[in-house]
Design a binder for this molecule. Structure first.
Ligand code: SF4
Length: 475
């Protein structure tokens, strides 16, 4: 077993779901043509925003909780290696086995090997962003093992041969009649008289899943948190499917990003208040399952924890960008983002959509592979205001835009601007020339080629009648 902390490498290509097939502007252009999806999204995000706003307003110390969450996460990042080693020792001491996975390939190999050892040809899964990130379902299928998603929205995505488009509600882009069609088409044993009434759809999923829960001996989960102090893992969820997966099978395999560790139970208290209110708009999530290693005669008798790096050490190495690792995947930033609400999650190409995806995905993959994502934002700042752990996403977007590759024309324009601005006389001449442009009537029509691209989506500011220098000289 090797620890890869301190050896930053980005997530490998050809595996997992961190890279899209096309840049964001092109994918967004296609997505904007899907008016049904936009209606579904607007309805869903507006509802969640309203619920969340109401329960957050009940807490007089919400801002202090946010400060505490942010401080705890900053502390964790500053001593991540030490906390992970402590977590490993505690989990091992409690009867679990810890595996370190440098990247998606290694994690997939470990999990597939562990499932094979059990002899099971099927696993039940708790909703997990980490396993989607590494493409675990595809790796299991390649090995002849059937993964069954048990979260209702994930099940809809899986049966529809679709991709998730939201962190919390992966099938947010589907409405109830589309879900009914998917169930009728792909759910084994479904009643052909199925209606699109939500309780009826939920009951159909429950019937299908109940049988699977009771006949599958291996589960794969993610983890929302891990307590280094005791080696305790935690999953929060709303449907109870997670509780079934985490308690019924003989073998439990948990894949967790290394950033999810917390020092103590006391720290957990803060996040269990922040997460449900910011994500589902609930005072408390319906199910919180916590387990520590193996308890003889109670729950899974074999527990494996796979600690996943897959680019996280590279993110940690960037002192500005590392804030992205503070994310608790509540999805509040998605629900307030005007760009996400219009394009939906698929346009981002990664399992992490929306504002957090725009800063996390390019860092996990290396900026070259997701160079358009930091531009998928108007920099309005709504994500920063909504984030329960106060991640300054707008500043990170600007930071990443600086790191992204720029076209030769843009580099030449910026070099010319820098040259001009550092020479006062030349700058004054340029200002006079700009005034001329106003007089000759380019106002309102944008810049001429090759600079026209810049004003294609922006208004060209009107140049003042008098420059500051002229005004100053007059006095
Ligand atoms: S960045 Fe903040 S608001 Fe967005 S998902 Fe993460 S924790 Fe939630």
């Amino acid at each position: 077993m090797t620890t890869f902390l301190g050896m930053p490498a980005t997530a490998p290509r050809g595996v997992g779901h961190l890279r899209g097939d096309q840049p964001f502007p092109r994918a967004a252009h296609d997505a904007l043509g899907n008016s049904q999806m936009r209606r579904n999204l607007r309805h869903a995000t507006t509802t969640i925003r309203g619920k969340s706003g109401r329960v957050i307003a009940e807490l007089p110390d919400w801002q202090r909780l946010r400060d505490a969450g942010s401080a705890i996460k900053a502390d964790v990042m500053s001593r991540l290696p030490e906390l992970l080693i402590q977590l490993e020792a505690r989990v091992t001491g409690a009867g679990g086995v810890v595996h370190w996975a440098a990247d998606a390939n290694e994690a997939n190999r470990i999990v597939t090997g562990l499932v094979r050892q059990t002899g099971s040809e099927r696993v039940i899964k708790v909703k997990s962003m980490a396993t989607q990130e590494i493409g675990l379902n595809e790796a299991l299928e390649d090995a002849g093992i059937t993964p069954v998603e048990t979260d209702l929205a994930e099940l809809i995505v899986q049966l529809g041969d679709d991709k998730p488009s939201h962190i919390l509600v992966p099938a947010i882009h589907r409405n109830r009649s589309e879900i009914r069609e998917i169930f009728l088409r792909a759910m084994p044993g479904v009643d052909p008289a199925l209606t699109d009434d939500p309780p009826v759809l939920a009951a159909a999923a429950r019937r299908y899943l109940r049988e699977t829960f009771l006949s599958t001996s291996v589960a794969v989960s993610g983890a929302n948190f891990a307590i280094a102090d005791t080696g305790t893992l935690g999953v929060v969820e709303s449907e109870g499917n997670g509780r079934m997966c985490l308690t019924l099978p003989d073998t439990l395999i948990t894949v967790m990003g290394i950033e999810k560790v917390l020092p103590t139970w006391r720290d957990l208290e803060v996040f269990l208040q922040l997460l449900p209110r910011a994500s589902t708009g609930e005072r408390m999530n319906p199910y919180t399952t916590m387990w520590t290693g193996v308890t003889p005669g109670d729950g899974p008798q074999n527990f494996h924890l796979v600690l996943l790096d897959n680019g996280r050490s590279a993110v940690l190495a960037d002192t500005v960008g590392r804030q992205a690792l503070h994310c608790i995947r509540c999805s509040a930033c998605l629900n307030v983002c005007p760009v996400y609400e219009r394009t939906g999650g698929h346009a981002y190409g990664s399992v992490y959509p929306g504002p957090i995806g725009a800063v996390l995905s390019p860092q996990l993959t290396g900026i070259e592979d997701n160079a358009s994502l930091p531009y998928a934002s108007s920099l309005c700042g709504a994500c920063f205001d909504a984030c329960p752990v106060k991640i300054d996403i707008p500043s990170m977007l600007v930071h990443l835009r600086n790191k992204a590759p720029h076209s030769p024309a843009e580099r030449a324009a910026m070099a010319a601007a820098a040259y001009t601005m550092s020479r006062p006389r030349l700058y004054a001449s340029a200002q006079r020339a700009a005034k001329m442009a106003r007089i000759v009537g380019r106002r309102g029509r944008g810049l001429p080629p090759p600079l026209s691209g810049w004003t294609a989506g922006r208004d060209l500011p009107e140049f003042p009648k008098q420059t500051f220098r002229d005004w100053w000289a007059q006095r």
